[in-house]
Design a binder for this molecule. Structure first.
Ligand code: ZN
Length: 359
């Protein structure tokens, strides 16, 4: 009798466990410090005071999956919160990081990480090539991180496009160049290229189509029900497709549509910048991209110059709901669309040879 009771109790306990753990742990996610809303203004000769910027734990997706981000109001590239978000999974199997933040704050990023874990740093994945996401790569490689990324990202890092003033960019620190690469394959869109089983989590590196750049990766944490979606989406400032690094507005639309496959309605999506969102929040952004592309295409087909198209102020209907809607952000977005709707150069080794526009 006693054995039967134990057996039944055991069955009841098993039945109480879901087949797959899909829901976030109770009480998560938690936002500790949301990004600022602005508006922000900086004098023309302003230089970012890196010494004043703090790197803080700004959100927690689970008891061992934290988000780091920089302080508000100091960095004109990202005034709502300096730099690009970093995610840290930690525990007995070591640390897995997503992105490495700006080089200038490397020690502070490490100190923030060391405020909650002493585990060895083992894995770093880069979501895209920009310095606010890869700047401290070499620093964290020296801490022990093995760096993963799309092969295109590695190519972009090794052969940076010349600066706007025509000056070549200095050669990268080879210690910060990804050692492990994988590629995006349209036939297996949305499938992970790499999966890690660490610290009770399952982490998928999912290579993306050319969207923010040609080397993008999103990082899914299955148990924490969270995905780092990098910068193809943004809700502070207008969209940015880095076309010289292979980015594409059309690819950003494809990226959005992929979320029906890779995420659920309650999955927390963590952009590189701006506020945390859910899948449904991608839809107004998608509609804006489609609307602006159609309007710019019409004007371009009519033979309008870039100057005319910029003067048409096509983003006006969106300014009220777009934080960080500076003139520079609008003009960059419209110029990207103008270049994309006609004679858009192909991606070669992670790059496109984009036309230049005289000021
Ligand atoms: Zn970024």
């Amino acid at each position: 009798m006693r054995n039967v009771t134990l057996f039944l109790l055991g069955m009841a306990a098993l039945a109480a466990l879901p087949a797959v753990v899909r829901t976030q742990e109770a009480g998560y996610p938690v936002t500790l410090i949301p990004p600022g809303k602005g508006p922000y203004t900086f004098p023309a000769d302003y230089q970012t005071p890196w010494e004043k910027i703090q790197i803080m734990v700004t959100a927690k997706m689970s008891p061992n999956l934290f988000v780091l981000h920089g302080s508000e109001g100091l960095d004109p590239a990202h005034p709502d919160a300096s730099g690009g978000r970093v995610m840290v999974l930690f525990g007995p199997d070591g640390v897995l990081m997503v992105d490495s933040e700006n080089r200038q704050v490397a020690e502070k990023t490490l100190a923030a990480l060391r405020s909650f874990t002493t585990a060895p740093i083992r894995i770093l994945v880069n979501t895209h090539v920009h310095g606010d996401h890869t700047g401290a790569n070499a620093f964290f490689a020296k801490q022990g991180a093995l760096i993963y990324a799309q092969e295109n990202l590695r190519n972009e890092m090794l052969r940076q496009p010349p600066r706007a003033n025509g000056q070549p960019v200095p050669a990268p620190d080879m210690a910060g160049v990804p050692l492990v690469t994988y590629t995006y394959n349209p036939a297996t869109q949305g499938e992970p290229a790499v999966t890690f089983h660490m610290n009770g989590e399952t982490v998928d590196f999912i290579p993306m189509m050319p969207s923010h750049t040609a080397g993008d990766t999103i990082v899914r944490f299955r148990r924490g029900n969270a995905i780092y979606i990098e910068d193809f989406y943004r809700n502070f400032g207008y969209p940015f497709a880095d076309q010289a690094n292979g980015g594409s507005i059309k690819g950003m639309l494809e990226a959005i549509d992929l979320f029906d496959k890779v995420s659920g309605p309650e999955t927390t999506l963590i952009p590189g910048h701006g506020t945390l969102i859910k899948k449904k929040d991608l839809q107004p952004y998608r509609a804006m991209l489609i609307d602006i592309m159609a309007r710019v295409r019409t004007l371009r087909d009519q033979g309008k110059s870039l100057k005319d198209v910029l003067a048409a102020n096509l983003t006006a209907p969106y300014d009220k709901t777009t934080m960080g809607d500076t003139q520079q952000s609008k003009d960059r977005f419209i110029t990207e669309v103008y270049d994309e709707v006609k004679d858009f150069p192909p991606v070669v080794d992670g790059k496109r040879t984009m036309p230049t526009h005289p000021q």
